[in-house]
Every structure is written in structure tokens, then in C-alpha cells.
Design a protein around this ligand. Sequence first.
Ligand SMILES: NC(=O)c1ccc[n+]([C@@H]2O[C@H](COP(=O)([O-])OP(=O)(O)OC[C@H]3O[C@@H](n4cnc5c(N)ncnc54)[C@H](O)[C@@H]3O)[C@@H](O)[C@H]2O)c1
Length: 273
Amino acid sequence: MINIAVTGAAGRMGSKIIKNILEQDDMNIAAAVETPDTPLEGKDIGEVIGVGNIGVEITPANKLEEVLTKVKPDVLVDFTIANAAVKTIKTASINNVNLVVGTTGFSDEEMTEIKEAITLNKVKAVIAPNMAVGVNVFFKVIKDLAPILSDYDIEIIEAHHKHKRDAPSGTAVKVFEIIAHELEDESKKTCVYGRNGLVGERTAEEIGMHAIRGGDIIGDHTVLFAGDGERLEITHRASSRQAFVNGVMKAVRYIPIAEKGKISDMADVLGLK
Ligand SMILES: NC(=O)c1ccc[n+]([C@@H]2O[C@H](COP(=O)([O-])OP(=O)(O)OC[C@H]3O[C@@H](n4cnc5c(N)ncnc54)[C@H](O)[C@@H]3O)[C@@H](O)[C@H]2O)c1
């Protein structure tokens, strides 16, 4: 049985992940953690997310270490917010708890802190800004296309629901990184966020980045390669959070074979490397 702690347990992703874990024969909810000031402290997480009592009380994040020491989970799954996730990752690493992290919006400094904690404490970790299987195939397609269309103008467009706090999305940032890496020897490396005013003609160095926010859009990503007389658009659309949750289940099951002290991604999990 894989014992799992979930941080962000009452959130959009956390609650869905818990529901899915409850449906798996080989997985068990060991702890459900919410914000330090959560009014849900002590309430049963199953009741809160509408599946009935499951015998797991919500723990506030200031008691994370306490609960990890008590229930000793095999994996902690985190879908929260960047600054909170950094603290959670450090606490889990120090307590020898492996990690599956879907939270996005980490700064470079935060990513360095995260890497240090995972390397020093030799825990296993899968961290990916988008756990959907299709999106990770999309990353591979973009990686293959970028060098072929290196002289085309490249723009990245993403769309998400109105509640999303970070922009551009972690997935769009990853797409930029993939393209910039593939074009390492080329000049196209500058990310230009939106355009406003008299910005002049587009340069060949630019990769445009555009974030749309509205309604209940789960998550769309398009990479546009525009040339003279033609354009190629590659689009991934998530129509349900279930796509991410299915990836989380795969990431959790990958943990036993993951390399210690290294951050694995979904390409490792899905064997796409
Ligand atoms: N990797 C992926 O596939 C993927 C998919 C969807 C969303 N996300 C990312 O996951 C994160 C969460 O998204 P969401 O839509 O579920 O957000 P949400 O706001 O619905 O849920 C976040 C939850 O985290 C809780 N939280 C905040 N600080 C906490 C702390 N210190 N300890 C414990 N819980 C804490 C909040 O109370 C909330 O319930 C975002 O960064 C989002 O971009 C990633």
C-alpha cells in the first residue's frame, strides 16, 4: 500500500487527487494538509470534499512536520502555491518523505532551494508543471519541431480560468525553455511578454508569450510557428482536471523506481526521454 499525504487537500486539484486515491486499491490517504490558518482544522477531509467520512482529519501546515513524523507517508503530493510549496518540500525532504509536486510559479531562487533540499536529503521527487500525458507528448513534439522551424517566428499562447494566480503558466514557461534550449545556437532566445504600445517590428530573437485568463478554461497551450505564407499551430487543450490527476497517479507509482536525490519529470515517468 502506498501511503500518501496531500497538501492543498481542499483545493481544486488536491480534492480531485484525494478522490482518485480513494478509488485505487494500492493507495491510501495518510494525511490531508491545508493552510496554517485553515478553518477546516480537525474536520474530516472526506466530508469536506463530499465523499463522506474517511477517517483523516485536516492538519494545518504549521503542524506538517508533526503529522509527517506520525504517519510516515511514502509520498507527499503537493498542489498548493509556490512559496508554501517550497517550505513543504523542505520539511518533507528533511523528514525523508518522497515528493510529487505539481505546484507552479517557482522563481529561479525557489527552484534552487528545492533542488538543494532534494539533493542533500537524497529523497525521490517528480516535479512537473503539467502532469497531463498529452501535454508531455506535446513537449516532445515541440522539441522535435523547434530546430526544423528555427527560422519561423515562434509565439506561445496559453489560456486558463479566471482564478489562476500565476502567469504565464508553468507549462508555457516550460515550452519556452524547451524551445530556447533547442535553439541554443540560434538567436531566438528572448521571451517577450505580451505587446503593448509602439513596440516596433517583431525581431527574430523574440519568442512571444501571451496569457489569456477567463471563465473556467482548464488549460490550453498553443505554439505558433509563423513563416512566410504559412503557419503551423500545435495545440493542447485540457478539458478536465482528470488529465492532470491521471498523470499524478502515474508519478506516484513511478516513485519506487525514481532516482534518489534527483528531480524527475513527467518525461521520465512516461519514458519519453
Ligand atoms: N502540474 C499540473 O499538472 C497542474 C495542474 C493544475 C494545477 N497546477 C498547479 O497546482 C497549484 C494548485 O492549483 P489549484 O487549482 O488546485 O489551486 P487551489 O487554489 O484550488 O488549491 C490550492 C490549495 O492549497 C492550499 N494551500 C495554500 N497554502 C498551503 C499550505 N501552506 N499548506 C497546505 N495547503 C495550502 C489552499 O488553501 C488551497 O486549498 C497551482 O500552482 C496550479 O498552477 C498544476
